[in-house]
Design a protein around this ligand. Structure first.
Ligand code: ATP
Ligand SMILES: Nc1ccn([C@H]2C[C@H](O)[C@@H](COP(=O)(O)O)O2)c(=O)n1
Length: 240
């Protein structure tokens, strides 16, 4: 493969966007971009700085000052921010319940979205024009608005879905393992609520024109990756 390949993947929480996109990127030998991690990192920074998240202007002003460092190696994706002049790894910190509970408020600010969309496009361009050593030119980028806003011209655009009950069961299993029923119920409520709030800002439940839906309800993980790779092969005539 010599021509750069951009694969855009969107979907609701627990659809498998991150894990399936990452495995797809590995299989294709290209970079991987988790745009949700970028929204999470600027949320972490805003919380740390004590910004009032109800004040959209203040949030957008603060986010503009946050220098993000995003690692797009699908074997070990990372996100960091420069805090008081020091690059601080946030790969784990962005997964806390506090960040998860607040990220939708930050992601719903239009000026924040405009800012991060530009940064995401720059990362996609960089992966295409200057791939890391040993990597093919291209990227699998996933989120909620990649197929529609960030990279509507992507070579391949996929909406990854699964029935709500299956998505919630996967997420609960990942987050809580064998936790008690009340904890599982709380996780489910939080996920449903986050998707409800996020869907006011981005459209990730129905496929836009030209976007291929992959429904993983009855597929296991490997089967889902294979289905996405098949969409890529069909769209690229086997060049990838
Ligand atoms: N087809 C599948 N079959 C079984 N498990 C799956 C499948 N796809 C993903 N998973 C598992 O479901 C869990 C959630 O996947 P993942 O984190 O990739 O979802 P996501 O859509 O990125 O969610 P979020 O937007 O909330 O971060 C993970 O544990 C993942 O391994
Ligand atoms: N392109 C994107 C990616 C993510 N978001 C928002 C929506 C989520 O609540 C949050 C975290 O994403 P996750 O890590 O759960 O995939 O970020 C968005 O609005 N647009």
């Amino acid at each position: 493969m010599t021509t750069a390949l951009v694969v855009a993947v969107d979907g609701p929480s627990g659809s498998g966007k991150s894990s399936v996109s990452r495995a797809t990127a590995r299989a294709l030998g290209v970079a991987f971009l988790d745009t949700g991690a970028m929204y999470r990192a600027v949320t972490w920074a805003a919380l740390r700085a004590g910004v009032d998240l109800a004040d959209a202007d203040a949030v957008a002003r603060h986010v503009r000052t946050v220098a993000l460092v995003v690692g797009t190696d699908p074997a070990a994706p990372t996100v960091a921010a420069v805090v008081e002049g020091v690059e601080t790894d946030l790969t784990e910190a962005v997964r806390t319940a506090e960040v998860t509970a607040n990220v939708s408020a930050v992601a719903s600010v239009p000026a924040v979205r405009a800012d991060l969309v530009l940064r995401q496009r720059a990362l996609i361009e960089s992966a295409c024009l200057a791939p890391a050593a040993g990597r093919e030119p291209g990227i699998v980028a996933e989120g909620r608005d990649i197929t529609t806003v960030v990279a509507p011209e992507a070579d391949v655009r996929v909406l990854l879905t699964a029935d709500e009950s299956v998505r919630l069961a996967r997420r609960a299993h990942q987050d809580l393992g064998a936790a008690d029923a009340a904890a599982l119920e709380a996780t489910r409520d939080a996920i449903v609520e986050r998707d409800r709030v996020d869907s006011r800002t981005t459209s990730f439940t129905t496929a836009a024109d030209g976007v291929v839906t992959v429904d993983s309800t009855h597929l296991d993980f490997d089967g889902t990756v294979a289905a996405v790779l098949e969409v890529v092969a069909r769209a690229t005539g086997g060049r990838a």
